[in-house]
Design a binder for this molecule. Structure first.
Ligand SMILES: Nc1ncnc2c1ncn2[C@@H]1O[C@H](COP(=O)(O)OP(=O)(O)OP(=O)(O)O)[C@@H](O)[C@H]1O
Ligand SMILES: [Mg+2]
Length: 341
């Protein structure tokens, strides 16, 4: 039964792993200053065998950068293998990466099987979602990086491999190291060439360009009209935080082309501004005045009115003494007559 399950898993693992790189730097969109400097840096580190660690929030383009780096390197004619470490069950990942010998486990293929590292020989391996890798597999990976050899599961032969590693994660690996869920030594081995991709909200000038690009692409694909976006709506797009980054933007554009309308959560967005360390939404600021004294004065008038000007009851309700209430009425020039009706 276990081996049947494993067979099913192994088939799906083939789908999870992918072996071609289609993206090149000229297809990566973005003109903002910080993004252009990220592209320049990524180009510079492309043609090297040193390990790259790409970090950035979900949907910031980690995978397309990995492909573009491979395609600009001298390995471009060779294989690019992407392995999603987060999607492969932990009991299978080692044999997927390192291969296995015949008889290594129930259901192992006759003659054994080459792992992704062997298959990627001469090319690039993209270890996506590296932050999800178990500590045991991290040890095996560290050995491959340090020694440049793999030994298949259940075997002892050491097979030399020449593979460039590009790893990616949306986790803060340094934080994971502190928590003990990621090995410090592996982190340093991977983080030789760090590449951090900024979130879309930090490169807002690129939002209109990306919207235009995806509007053309999606409307062509769906054979529908482009939806015209006026400047008020574009401002809303610029104010929006885009937690899902470019992937979210792509989906929002597809939704707009299909429904011919802008999603409400973006249209009804309230401009935010910073007060101290907090972001405050403009819509939540419907006060006549923000001064505490004005709020106190209005509150006293309201309470006095609800007790028809009875000072003792009003003071009791507000949890203060009568004398304090008199003092405050004097300070705010509140006349008893105006609270008696
Ligand atoms: N600069 C860009 N120009 C054009 N398209 C982009 C750009 N960056 C990302 N995309 C598009 O956004 C989508 C998400 O990109 P990608 O899969 O590389 O993100 P990711 O960082 O790997 O996300 P996750 O962490 O969720 O796996 C893809 O469809 C990709 O084509
Ligand atoms: Mg990805």
């Amino acid at each position: 039964m276990k081996s049947d399950n494993e067979k099913v898993y192994r088939k799906s693992v083939k789908k999870i792993s992918q072996s071609c790189a289609i993206y090149t730097f000229d297809k990566i969109i973005g003109k903002s200053k910080n993004f252009v400097s990220v592209i320049e840096y990524a180009k510079k580190i492309s043609d090297s065998t040193s390990t790259v660690l790409i970090t950035g929030e979900s949907g910031t383009g980690k995978e397309i950068f990995a492909q573009a780096i491979h395609n600009l390197s001298s390995r471009r004619g060779k294989i690019f293998i992407a392995v999603n470490c987060g999607a492969i069950p932990s009991n299978l990942i080692e044999s997927e990466l390192l291969g296995y010998e015949e008889g290594a486990f129930t259901g192992a293929k006759k003659g054994g099987n080459a792992g992704k590292f062997e298959l990627a020989h001469g090319g690039t391996i993209f270890l996506d979602e590296i932050g999800e890798m178990s500590l045991e597999t991290q040890v095996r990976l560290l050995r491959v990086i340090e020694e440049g050899v793999v030994s298949r599961v259940g075997g002892s032969k050491q097979i030399p491999v020449d593979v460039r590693i590009i790893a990616a994660t949306n986790k803060d690996l340094q934080e994971e190291v502190k928590k003990g869920s990621f090995r410090k030594d592996l982190f340093y081995r991977l983080n030789v060439l760090p590449l951090w991709l900024p979130p879309l909200r930090d490169r807002k000038e690129d939002i209109p360009i990306l919207i235009d690009y995806y509007m053309t692409k999606v409307s062509k694909k769906l054979n529908k009209n482009k939806f015209k976006i006026d400047s008020t709506v574009m401002n809303k797009f610029m104010e929006y935080d885009w937690p899902g980054n470019i992937r979210e933007l792509e989906n929002v554009v597809e939704l707009i082309v299909n429904t011919e309308k802008i999603p409400d959560y973006i249209l009804k967005l309230h401009k935010t501004f910073v007060v101290g360390n907090n972001k405050v939404a403009e819509g939540s600021m419907n006060f006549e005045s923000m001064k505490l004294e004005d709020v106190e004065k209005n509150h006293i008038i309201k309470v006095l009115k609800s007790f028809r000007g009875n000072i003792s009851l009003a003071a009791k309700a507000m949890g203060i003494g009568r004398n304090t209430l008199y003092r405050k009425m004097e300070k705010y020039h509140i006349e008893c007559s105006e609270t008696e009706q």
